[in-house]
Write a protein that binds this ligand. Structure first.
Ligand SMILES: [Zn+2]
Length: 274
């Protein structure tokens, strides 16, 4: 798939986009995955990144999964407004078992499956596989962010303003933004992610759906249920304060999700790049 030409003139005009896990979070997930890659996958990753390009199609000099892990956000930020809309998320309702809509396959789980097929196929052009790798690394991280896999009719927390007890944030951020940014930073302050991959079963595309549904259930339990005023299927009105108890219960959830994302990414790449 040809990606859209960057339009730098639009950069300053665009509203701030949600960046799941922020750059640091994506890099931490990618580093954990790298530490768990098989030698064969490691060799292919190096080959696929050796002449990597940045958003302006210039040599990026980036040679690690961590360094390219936010490229998918970067190209969106310089693309025309609305480009890649929906690719990083799926609004699965947190109060039901059903999946959220995914028009034209433009949602996080279907994009992972689509780009994994390109990554696996050695007959694909080098550049297509290079970009597919960057998509997969980023989107497996995104999928594990609770509000990228679950929503309560509030635009996955983008329509709810919050404040954080004892944390300065400037203008009231949204619930979605603080899970991407402030709460993720708190979680990463506890040190690097460390875990060893011990699962070697074969994964099918169904695993992606399963991971997403598990993440949506976590969004219900740890993002929405502890919110004062939460009601299934109803948007909360007004600004909500996230107190210390809310923040403290979020931190271990984020660390577990990032760790799962890193190990699952390694397992997924080890299988795709045998
Ligand atoms: Zn993203």
């Amino acid at each position: 798939m040809k990606r859209l030409a960057p339009l730098f003139a639009t950069l300053l005009l665009l509203p701030a986009q949600a960046h799941a896990w922020s750059h640091k979070g994506h890099a931490a997930i990618a580093d954990l995955a790298t530490a768990n890659l098989s030698p064969a996958a490691q060799t292919q990753v190096q080959a696929l990144l050796k002449d990597d390009l940045n958003v302006s199609d210039q040599p990026s000099g980036r040679t690690t999964l961590a360094a390219v892990s936010s490229w998918a956000d970067e190209i969106r930020d310089v693309a025309p407004k609305g480009a890649y809309k929906g690719w990083h998320t799926r609004s699965n309702p947190v109060c039901s078992e059903g999946l959220g809509s995914c028009k034209r396959g433009e949602c996080v789980d279907q994009k992972i499956i689509e780009y994994t097929a390109i990554l696996k196929d050695r007959n694909q052009p080098h550049r297509a596989r290079n970009e597919a790798l960057k998509w997969v690394v980023h989107l497996i991280g995104d999928l594990h962010m609770p509000l990228h896999s679950g929503s309560n009719k509030d635009g996955a927390g983008q329509k709810l303003e919050v404040t954080l007890t004892n944390l300065k944030t400037g203008k009231n951020p949204t619930l979605h933004t603080v899970w991407d940014r402030e709460l993720a930073v708190l979680a990463l302050k506890q040190g690097a992610l460390a875990a060893k991959l011990d699962k070697h079963e074969t994964l099918t595309d169904g695993a992606i759906t399963q991971w997403m549904q598990e993440t949506s259930a976590l969004a219900r339990k740890h993002v929405y249920d502890p919110l004062p005023g939460f009601v299934c299927g109803k948007q909360i009105v007004g600004v909500v304060e996230l107190d210390n108890a809310y923040q403290q219960q979020a931190v271990p959830v984020i660390r577990v999700q990032m760790t799962k994302a890193g190990l699952r990414l390694a397992q997924w790449l080890n299988q795709a790049l045998q």
